[in-house]
Design a binder for this molecule. Structure first.
Ligand code: SF4
Ligand SMILES: [Zn+2]
Length: 261
């Protein structure tokens, strides 16, 4: 297998992976989205809420606040010594006390653990008018995307590395006009491919010009992998964690198979 870094922009990473098959790519994608644990608000106790939003709506919004944390400091509830009752090892307490007129943002949350921080400080929770108040205590827990989408750490997708064949360059002018990704370059009476990796295989060029003029396909063992983190972890951390989790699962599986040999 060969791995090439194609692009890194803030929370996004694009990799090219050669010599792998779609099942491997999909296992990686699903592990990142379903099995990498992150911290998110799970339970909220309301002491005061005179805002225009019901408790349930605010609790829902709080659950979607993306939290950065040192996940090593927390255990999944099911594997914690407290057996799921909740303790300092599996819960992080966050409070909020605000009075209007103001807009309450994620940055106003006060986590007890200084390493817990909202990834996007300006996430709006609620607008408070004059004399309206909101006082809560929330519990954040570690969870995975399998349990609830609020724990999903990002979006991962892939597609086969594109291959484009221009069979009749002089008849393919329209391909350049319909391509949404500026893959082609127009040169006098013909076109050429100038930006192959931008092609997202939408097939608009083939539908417009026909296969005899332009052909687009994708390789079966060569992929472009896109990883976009929501902010809890860096995209490379997401990949490394997913690989460790996948390895552990396979090691457990191997042990079970060894037992029945
Ligand atoms: S398949 Fe879509 S993105 Fe790719 S070259 Fe054709 S029109 Fe452009
Ligand atoms: Zn616990």
């Amino acid at each position: 297998m060969e791995l090439m870094l194609k692009e890194r922009v803030k929370d996004k990473l694009i990799l090219r992976m050669e010599g792998v098959d779609p099942t491997y790519m999909n296992a990686l994608r699903r592990t990142v989205m379903n099995d990498v644990p992150t911290l998110a608000i799970h339970k909220v106790t309301f002491y005061k809420n005179s805002s225009g939003l019901y408790d349930e709506m605010i609790a829902h919004r709080l659950g979607l606040v993306v939290l950065k944390a040192d996940a090593k400091n927390y255990k999944l509830r099911k594997s914690c010594k407290c057996e799921g009752k909740g303790c300092v090892n599996c819960e992080s307490i966050i409070t909020l006390d605000a009075k209007g007129p103001t807009i309450v943002y994620a940055e106003h949350l006060k986590p007890k653990d200084p390493k817990v921080k909202p990834a996007h400080e300006k996430t709006v929770i609620v607008k408070l008018l004059k004399d309206q108040e909101l006082k809560i205590e929330a519990k954040a827990i570690l969870g995975t995307g399998k349990r609830h989408t609020k724990f999903i750490p990002g979006h991962v997708f892939y597609y086969g590395y594109p291959e484009i064949k221009i069979n009749k360059p002089s008849a393919a002018q329209e391909a350049a006009s319909v391509c949404p990704k500026n893959v082609f370059k127009k040169e006098q009476n013909k076109i050429s491919v100038q930006n192959l990796e931008a092609c997202n295989l939408c097939m608009a060029c083939v539908e417009t010009c026909g296969k005899d003029i332009v052909e687009v396909s994708s390789k079966k063992d060569d992929f472009l992998l896109f990883i976009e983190s929501w902010g809890q972890l860096k995209p490379e951390e997401l990949m490394l964690k997913a690989i460790t989790i996948l390895d552990k699962k396979l090691a457990t599986f191997q042990k079970q198979v060894d037992k029945i040999k």
